[in-house]
Design a protein around this ligand. Structure first.
Ligand code: GLC
Ligand code: CA
Length: 542
């Protein structure tokens, strides 16, 4: 369904920019990014002019109190800022400063598990009769002393840890320092909904909900079936990938909880719920709700899972468009703090520019991961410097540190991120790949991204129009984006060869943007020439 651009909500028209706070900007000389660092860089994100990116919302990965066993995804106090990142007063200032620039604030909400240092868990583990015992998922060993079921942790090993003091196991599908909350207990639900209210009262505009599909598990915690086609060469401790995720996620009853979360958001004006969801399309689409009463934006990660192929990308987009109920708004993601950088994944910077053009011109809300706009590639982390628990437990090639390296601001030591050795090494290319250098180069990735963001912002067809794919020969993804009398054609050449596009199109066209510098301004539609990995956005008359 196409809506008139004027009726779109901010989270439909806008671009979301994900900040991993540890790695954005350090202001207090400890090598770890902080909230004040984000405030310092708000003008970079949007100062209201095309010299900035012009983004509309930031999503901050966790900055709440945490012992950092999973770098903030193990929260020990949902309603406070970890001293490493600053204070609640800093957060309030960040919110005010962002809002002053028209930037909305989305924060991470980690509902599935707390830290084992959270006072709730400390109480819960203190005795079998503690009133908070049932706030977490405790089970007796099987009669033979073995684990309650066969579930594995995403980060390697079993999903159960034995607590000798009380003689039971507790469930954790991530590290053992992340015990899982029992959302079947109404007190847990109340406490967790209050967390949302706490932040909305402080001005937060939305939440990205961590592994939201996991919060309800099968009532009987049945064994998951074996995966008949597990990925090759799994490390022996990767029990998780050897199973099908049937009883631990996307249970029917989870939707009741998501609806409760949504009605809590709706107690306030215009807030957005974004969910981290990985399941197959039919399971995933249910998180919009039957009539839009669940999440506005279940994250769509499908493009990240595609090979470098125009056909594969188009098939993924078309499949998504077909699956969406009329009220549902699409969204696209190409990178985040858990995945290798797409500049590396897709094979290089030329591909990254083209992918960026696709992300920003599809119908739906794009989320851009910090650093992708300057073309950051995977960091090279020596094995002894790996800190990510997934990398430590499952092997260096699974380490997520590679996509969490410090933002590269300038060519000074430590890339202007910090003046001391940062928590993860700065990539070696920082002397040339940085915001300052790319700002002065009109052909840089950053200059390209800035033009792309502002073009999108000013174009109802791009931020709100319809999407219509065009059959195109070769490894080329071509689509119309249209709104009223505005018609834009996007043509993306995924191949390393030049291509003459003959897709039965005709008419006068003007080039709005190319991924390539020195692009010709005049183009004719009946013989559109695209260079290797070139993407163009054309304004078409009539
Ligand atoms: C999500 C987060 C990831 C984290 C995990 C456990 O997948 O994106 O970074 O490790 O949940 O909270
Ligand atoms: Ca700091």
């Amino acid at each position: 369904m196409t809506l008139p651009p004027s009726t779109l909500k901010w989270w439909q028209r806008g671009v979301v920019y994900q900040i991993y706070p540890r790695s954005f900007k350090d202001t207090n000389h400890d090598g770890v990014g902080d909230l004040n660092g984000i405030i310092e860089k708000l003008d970079y994100l949007n100062d209201g002019t095309p010299n900035s990116l012009g983004i509309d919302a930031i999503w901050l990965s966790p900055f709440q109190r945490s012992p950092m066993a999973d770098f903030g995804y193990d929260v020990s106090d949902y309603c406070d800022v970890d001293p490493l990142f600053g204070t609640l007063a800093d957060f309030d200032r960040l919110t005010a400063e962002a809002h002053r620039r028209g930037i909305k604030i989305i924060i991470d909400y980690v509902p599935n598990h707390t830290s084992d240092q959270h006072p709730w868990f400390i109480e819960s583990r203190s005795s079998r009769t503690n009133p908070k015992r049932d706030w977490y998922i405790w089970r007796d060993p099987k009669p033979d002393g073995s684990l309650p079921n066969n579930w594995g942790s995403f980060f390697g090993g079993p999903a159960w840890t034995f607590d000798p003091a009380t003689g039971q196991y507790y469930l954790h599908q991530f590290v053992k320092e992340q015990p899982e909350l029992n959302w079947r207990n109404p007190e847990v639900v109340q406490a967790m909904l209050d967390v949302l209210r706490f932040w909305m009262k402080r001005g937060v505009d939305g939440f990205r909900m961590d592994v939201i599909g996991l919060i309800i598990k099968d009532k009987d915690l049945r064994d998951n079936p074996l995966n008949p086609n597990p990925p090759a060469n799994l490390p022996p401790n990767d029990l998780f990938s050897r199973l099908l995720q049937v009883y631990n996620m996307d249970q029917d009853e989870v939707h009741e909880m998501v609806r409760r979360i949504r009605s809590t958001l709706d107690e306030f004006d215009d807030r957005v719920g974004i969910g981290e969801l990985w399941g197959p399309l039919d399971r995933w689409v249910r998180y919009y709700g039957k009539n839009g009463e669940e999440l506005q934006l279940p994250f769509n990660f499908r493009l990240m899972q595609q090979p470098w192929s125009a056909q594969a990308m188009r098939a993924s987009v078309d499949e998504l468009e077909a699956a969406l109920p009329p009220f549902a708004w699409p969204n696209y993601v190409l990178g985040n703090h858990d995945q290798p950088r797409f500049a590396s994944r897709f094979g290089g910077l030329a591909q990254a520019r083209l992918a960026g053009m696709m992300l920003l011109t599809l119908r739906g809300t794009p989320t851009v991961y910090y650093g992708d706009e300057i073309g950051l590639e995977n960091g090279v982390i020596p094995p002894e410097k790996i800190v990510d628990p997934q990398g430590k437990n499952l092997g260096a090639e699974r380490s997520r540190d590679v996509c969490r390296t410090p933002m590269q601001w300038d060519s000074s030591p430590f890339a202007g991120f910090s003046d001391v050795e940062p928590w993860l090494p700065v990539s070696a290319d920082y002397t040339t790949r940085n915001v300052a250098a790319e700002s002065t180069d009109p052909n840089s990735m950053l200059s390209f991204y800035r033009r792309l963001f502002w073009l999108r912002k000013g174009s109802p067809a791009l931020f709100g129009g319809s999407y219509r794919p065009v059959d195109a020969p070769g490894d080329c993804f071509v689509y119309w984006r249209e709104s009223g009398s505005e018609r834009k054609l996007v043509a993306l050449n995924f191949s390393a060869k030049p291509l003459r596009l003959q897709a039965g199109l005709s008419g006068k066209a003007r080039l709005a943007l190319s991924t390539h510098p020195d692009a010709p301004a005049g183009v004719t539609l009946d013989a559109l020439e695209l260079r290797p990995y070139e993407g163009v956005i054309l304004d078409v008359e009539g």
